[in-house]
Design a binder for this molecule. Structure first.
Ligand code: TRP
Length: 462
């Protein structure tokens, strides 16, 4: 007999844990800087489009088959289609993506820890705006310090995962996700008073079609997958901890809306600072760390606010990192019957080792020739490998699996189980079977250079 699987304690607990896993550095750190690099409004529009029409259907799809199979991400495919062993690869691909993301995620979260400590020391005192934002460059160029903080963060993640699902992940996600929301709204209200706000609003919400680049579409798709944690088996895993009474379609929409609102709130805090103090919007990975401290420095009670913010930053990173680690661990336990302890300890060690070159990306002390050879740092290489290729490919295969391999009746039954939004099944099924795969294939073809939408469009207009 199968051992009883641990399940989420309550409906709210699951929504918040799913949101907690989704809301993380993708939302607070990545969304703003990728938006900045891709021209603002038009990119935000792509992002929303991808999230609603590609992201949400896949999100539901993952939860549905996870709950059905009650296994880890690779086991799911063995359980649902034992006669088609090839599909297991999709699970493995997801596990690989989670693992790779975790390896550089800990570096960014570690920077957050560093800023938590800096905030306690009131680092912005007696420094002008340029000096405050320059601190990030110092950190970035110091591989040792980056690695140290990444290590500490990884240890904390290890500790939480070690305690198991309910006690570890669920409990913490509730309190922290809500606190984050509150503090973000507070900071946003303050940003409203900055003189750069009108420019920022225009930058974020006004889609300038002259800036249209199809390649930004791919970027938006990758980001949408990243922020919703799609294509990596995490939602398959979380789905398997769901109970029959949980409402999958509704949860998916709620989580997506939360992710979008937090992403936009983060951007709405950061861009006013950029336009008020004339920083370049395409500031890259350091954007959050370079701009927000300036915002904080202008506030009364700067020390408390900035410390609180970075504490929450680290916590949201933690709820996501925990999930990323859990994917790999759950899988090892499920497939090879490793003990939880053995699986967690070995995964943590390997993640740390693979994370080393990412931590040293700015100082270039490890893999010195990486940047000249590949034109981007090790950190960005891993990040784009995952967001541009692995996640969309994982999503594509999953959509094909759900749409063409699995039995429609089974999906219908599982979709309806516990849901008050049963009428959505038809639309969902159409999207996941046709729209999602076609959109992803087009985007991937564009990226591989088979055709160039930018060219086609400019030819149409000339
Ligand atoms: N969605 C998370 C974020 O926005 C990052 C992430 C990607 C993730 N894949 C995941 C989190 C898998 C948990 C599980 O930061």
């Amino acid at each position: 007999m199968k051992e009883q699987r641990e399940h989420w304690g309550s409906r709210l607990g699951f929504v918040l844990a799913a949101a907690g896993s989704a809301i993380g550095l993708g939302t607070l750190w990545k969304f703003p800087y990728v938006t900045g690099q891709n021209g603002g409004g038009i990119f935000v529009l792509f992002y929303l489009f991808c999230t609603f029409f590609i992201g949400i259907p896949l999100f539901m799809g993952e939860l549905i088959i996870g709950r059905r199979a009650q296994r880890g991400p690779v086991g799911i495919f063995m359980e649902l289609t034992p006669d088609k062993p090839g599909w297991k690869c999709v699970g493995w691909l997801g596990v690989l993506s989670s693992f790779l993301i975790l390896s550089y995620y800990i570096v960014v979260a570690g920077w957050g820890l560093n800023y938590f400590l800096l905030s306690l020391n009131q680092f912005y005192l007696n420094r002008n705006e340029q000096e405050i934002s320059g601190l990030f460059d110092t950190l970035y160029q110091s591989g040792g310090i980056s690695l140290f903080w990444a290590f500490i963060f990884l240890l904390i993640t290890f500790g939480v995962v070690y305690q198991g699902i309910r006690k570890g992940i669920e409990k913490w996600s509730k309190v922290l996700t809500i606190s984050l929301f509150i503090i973000l709204i507070g900071l946003f209200l303050y940003s409203l008073t900055l003189s750069g706000m009108p420019k920022a609003l225009r930058f974020i919400f006004y889609p300038d079609f002259a800036k249209f680049r199809a390649s930004a579409f791919l970027e938006a798709l990758g980001l949408s997958f990243f922020t919703l944690s799609l294509g990596q088996g995490i939602l398959l895993t979380y789905g398997s901890y769901l109970r029959k009474i949980d409402d999958i379609p509704k949860t998916a929409v709620i989580v997506a809306v939360m992710v979008i609102s937090i992403s936009l709130l983060a951007a709405l805090m950061i861009f006013p600072v950029i336009f008020t103090f004339n920083f370049p919007p395409e500031g890259g990975e350091g954007l959050v760390f370079k701009t927000l401290p300036i915002l904080f420095a202008h506030l009364r009670g700067a020390m408390v606010i900035s410390t609180l913010f970075f504490a929450l930053f680290v916590f949201t990173a933690l709820t996501s990192a925990v999930a990323l680690l859990e994917v790999v661990v759950a899988n090892l336990i499920d497939l090879y019957s490793w003990s939880r302890k053995k699986a967690i300890i070995s995964t943590t060690i390997v993640v740390f080792i693979v994370g080393i070159p990412s931590a040293f990306s700015g100082s270039q002390e490890v893999f010195k020739k990486w940047l000249p050879m590949y034109g981007q740092t090790f950190f960005t290489s891993v990040d784009s490998l995952v967001s541009v290729w692995l996640l969309p490919i994982g999503g594509l295969l999953l959509a094909i699996y759900v749409g063409f391999v699995l039995d429609k009746k089974m999906l219908l039954a599982e979709f309806r189980e516990g849901s008050s939004w049963q009428f959505l099944f038809g639309i969902w099924y159409f999207l996941i079977k046709w729209a999602v795969p076609i959109a992803i294939i087009l985007i991937l073809l564009q990226k591989s250079g088979f055709f160039n939408v930018d060219d086609l469009i400019s030819r149409l207009y000339t």
